[in-house]
Write a protein that binds this ligand. Structure first.
Ligand code: PMT
Length: 222
């Protein structure tokens, strides 16, 4: 796909949930299916980019034209992001677990009596590391999954993590965004908000890729 809007660029996308082990047989996770992130990776590849997709555990096929690295947990996802060749654009669509469990190396046994309590430790913030690290991609795009005050939280996240754009989506009860086939997204930049109607995740991906190409090539952000 040479000559597309992202031709010559390397795009790194994270997608899906992470699984954080409780013990060798149990884990904590979230409801991300990877549909949105995988659609973005596919759209970027169709636009001519070289794409590295770093995917948590999902039930989806690898999108065509992408190099796909499969990971299990947040720390592995960070390591894969850091091991990837330098990116021009980073898009963090994964729902990375904020906390992991101080995992037991042996299966926890009911016979040991009493309910165990799980000690949680904070995971590294992959998006913030990318946005604030050396070899910063020229465009760093995060997502914000919120259940209320979507735009305010997105603007706070943009500033706190140091990214250029946040795609904010409302994942409140009844929205059907986690796991569903459509999404209602707002593209939040330092200077404004562009709200899109409810679209299929593929259409959201195509719009996002088109906007990123414009922005990367010097047109104004919203
Ligand atoms: O996978 P689907 O079923 O298609 O659903 C899509 C989606 C709702 C998961 C997706 O559109 C989305 O919103 N992804 C981000 C979900 C999320 O974890 O948001 P957050 O507000 O917790 O995190 C904000 C940003 O920081 C995200 O870009 C996230 O990738 C990143 N992050 C968060 C925590 C962490 N430890 N490291 C990170 O990089």
């Amino acid at each position: 796909a040479s000559g597309g809007a992202l031709a010559g660029l390397h795009v790194v996308v994270t997608s899906g949930p992470t699984h954080e082990a409780i013990d060798p047989v149990r884990y904590i996770a979230n409801r991300s299916s990877g549909k949105q992130g995988h659609a973005i990776a596919a759209a970027a590849a169709s636009a001519g980019a070289r794409v590295t997709l770093i995917a948590g555990p999902v039930a989806l096929a690898d999108p065509p034209g992408c190099e796909v690295i499969h990971v299990e947990n947040a720390r592995d996802m960070l390591a894969a992001v850091e091991a990837a060749p330098p990116a021009d654009i980073f898009i963090g669509a994964a729902a990375v677990a904020d906390w992991r469990v101080e995992a037991a190396s042996d299966k926890m046994k009911k016979e040991n009596g009493g309910a165990p309590s799980l000690a949680l430790v904070e995971n590294p913030d992959i998006l913030a590391r990318v946005a604030q690290g050396k070899n910063r991609p020229r465009l760093v795009v995060g997502f914000a999954a919120e259940t209320r005050d979507v735009l305010r939280h997105a603007q706070e996240k943009l500033a706190r993590k140091g990214c250029d754009l946040i795609v904010a989506n409302d994942v409140g009860a009844g929205s059907g965004v986690f796991g569903g086939d459509s999404n209602e997204a707002h593209l939040v930049s330092r200077t404004g908000v562009e709200s899109w109607p409810r679209l299929s995740k593929k259409e959201v991906a195509a719009r996002l890729v088109a906007r990123l190409a414009q922005i990367f090539h010097g047109e104004a952000v919203s």
